[in-house]
Design a binder for this molecule. Structure first.
Ligand code: DGT
Ligand code: CA
Ligand code: CA
Ligand code: ZN
Length: 576
């Protein structure tokens, strides 16, 4: 490990100690050691492995830090850090980048509201709940929100779900101005990318020039970045998402849609294909080079067809083989929202959900689903009041009774069973065997070495009762990286054991990532697209994002467990 990385571990630990309100002297000693090591000319690892040398020669390194350094060089972490990370989620460290709260405030919002991510902190402020805590107030809420906005601008990307909400606010607003033929979002939002850099809107119709003016007058247009004849750009809302609006001629709409949907890489290949055919492709249309004659442009379908290609769904436009597939007429028939027959991951008031089983069932029934599985947490998530064996078995019994009475939708008894640090299931197998479907997920000890994490997940797959591996990488978008492990090995083993990989549609997760979906499919894996809903309203919203992610992973309905009709689904989850 390089000095820079070692220094980061020490500094991070000091931050966590500060949140835990530990002794200031010890915190300073970690910080001090971190800053010395970061700038130290020799590698700490080299000194440690040299029997002639002593690590305490390094200034700022006393006995305690020396022990920590030895542990770090052996296994990449150390006891103090592990203890703190068992107590606090690592995302709390991100909150330190938000001005206003400080370590004490972070500890407070975590204790009182379990706020552990920037998004959750933002929600807390918007709901005006921060001010209710000791020594906090409305002023501070404002300051924190502003700081979050600035932080996001720095990092520069936003959740897809956020972009979608902005688009859903702006499009009807612009349409209300009248005179528009078409108005739609292009760019990464249309491709369904999990995060977006900015929002690209396109409009046609006689009212398009006025729409540009109206756009600049939107109450949340905080900062006008530019205004031309055909284009205007603003920063939207406190969050400062950049939005570009372009006014186009009708005859160019398809070409512009194609051009501004991207991706850049997809477009490069498409343009070179046009060239080979003696054509030139730009945002105005597809033209013959020799006489500038317009060949296509009004619709995207026309543009692709004129290039000898099937129309390519936006989710595939990443230059990952889609153009070749379109040429040969072998594009996948991508799964659609309408293919989904049920939802296999949701929580209720029994643990950390915010509605009853009946309310979740009713919402799912209203979506036209045939079935759902209720998967509350297991006991390791004590804060969420997770189920122990006794409650799990009773729950299974309760669901059998519910189904006899009938709720208008079939309920499966499930559990989101915690995967313990060693890969064992949180509940005894005989209790799990009573349930219809077990989703196994990691919620703690995410800082293991890749090899250990791989073994942990492989062991979890060995449980005869596990049917789905929940949010398999643990990533939280814009907040927490996936934990490291041998993904291909785990995906291959899941395929071999008939364990379905979850595509968690919660917009902060989208886990698996689409590229992993595609890799896993190549290894023979099958998938469950689930919402991890904690409220009835999540069921519809999150499923959209789950399906988009599956489409970006090239999945067809046949790859997805919960696209099966009830009878076949029941057979598929039955234990052999
Ligand atoms: P984002 O906004 O970072 O999430 O990603 P995109 O794909 O929305 O990229 P953006 O907003 O820069 O541009 C929208 C599309 O416009 C992009 O996918 C490809 C297309 N495009 C056309 N001409 C250019 C160009 O000169 N540069 C770039 N970067 N994109 C271009
Ligand atoms: Ca964009
Ligand atoms: Ca853009
Ligand atoms: Zn979970």
């Amino acid at each position: 490990m390089e000095n820079r990385e070692i220094a980061r571990l020490l500094a991070e630990t000091a931050d966590l100690m500060e949140i835990a309100a530990e002794d200031g002297f010890r915190i300073r000693s970690y910080r001090n050691a971190a800053s010395v090591i970061e700038g130290f000319p020799e590698r700490v690892e080299d000194i440690l492995s040299n029997p002639e040398r002593k690590i305490t020669e390094v200034p700022g390194v006393g006995k305690g830090i020396a022990t920590a350094l030895e542990e770090i060089s052996k296994r990449g972490s150390f006891e103090k850090r592990d203890t703190l990370l068992a107590q606090y989620p690592p995302t709390l460290l991100d909150l330190l980048k938000i001005q206003g709260l400080g370590p004490k405030g972070i500890a407070l919002v975590y204790q009182h509201h379990k706020v552990a991510t920037i998004d959750e902190l933002e929600r807390l402020c918007k709901e005006q709940k921060l001010r209710e805590l000791p020594r906090m107030g409305a002023k501070l809420e404002e300051k924190v929100l502003k700081s979050i906005a600035q932080y996001r601008q720095r990092t520069g990307r936003f959740l897809l779900s956020f972009g979608k909400r902005v688009a859903d606010e702006l499009i009807p607003y612009l349409a209300e101005g009248g005179g528009l033929e078409k108005i739609a979002a292009a760019g990464s939002l249309r491709r369904g990318k999990e995060t977006i850099g900015d929002l690209d809107l396109l409009a046609t119709g006689p009212g398009a020039p006025e729409a540009l003016e109206r756009f600049l007058k939107h109450p949340k247009a905080h900062n006008i970045l530019g205004k031309g004849v055909n284009k205007a750009s603003i920063q939207f809302g406190l969050e400062g998402l950049q939005v570009d609006l372009r006014a186009l001629a009708d005859e160019s709409y398809g070409a512009a849609m194609q051009y501004f949907t991207g991706s850049k890489e997809h477009n490069i290949v498409l343009r070179s294909r046009a060239q080979k055919l003696g054509l030139t492709l730009n945002e105005y249309g597809l033209f013959r080079v020799e006489n500038e004659q317009r060949v296509a442009g009004e619709t995207e379908e026309d543009v692709y067809r004129a290039l000898g290609l099937e129309w390519i769904p936006p989710e595939l436009r990443e230059n990952c083989g889609e153009i070749e597939a379109a040429l040969e007429g072998r594009l996948p028939k991508l799964i659609e929202l309408a293919d989904i027959r049920g939802d296999l991951h949701m929580h209720t008031l029994e643990t950390d959900g915010r509605a009853t089983l009946e309310e979740m069932a009713e919402a799912a029934r209203a979506l036209g689903y045939q079935y759902i599985a209720i998967t509350d947490h297991s006991k390791a998530l004590a804060m969420a009041n997770g189920l122990d064996e006794k409650r799990a078995v009773e729950f299974a019994k309760h669901v059998r009774k519910l189904n006899r009475d009938g709720l208008g939708i079939r309920i499966f008894s499930g559990l989101e069973c915690d995967i313990r640090r060693d890969g064992a299931m949180d509940l005894a197998e005989d209790a799990l065997a009573e349930l219809d479907i077990v989703v196994a997920s990691v919620h703690s000890h995410m800082n293991l070495e890749a090899a250990e994490m791989t073994d942990r997940l492989l062991r979890a797959l060995e449980s005869p009762n596990v049917r789905v591996l929940g949010h398999p990488t643990g990533r939280i978008l814009l907040n927490r990286e996936a934990y490291p492990f041998d993904f291909e090995r785990v995906a291959g083993e899941a395929a071999r054991r008939d364990v379905y990989l979850e595509i968690n549609g919660s917009p902060e997760r989208l886990d698996l990532a689409s590229a992993q979906v595609r890799t896993a499919k190549g290894l023979g894996a099958k998938f469950a697209i689930s919402t991890d809903s904690h409220h009835p309203k999540h069921l519809a919203v999150n499923m959209q994002y789950g399906v988009i992610t599956a489409r970006r992973g090239w999945l067809e309905a046949g790859d997805v467990l919960n696209a099966l009709p009830l009878a076949r689904f029941e057979k598929a989850i039955r234990k052999s």
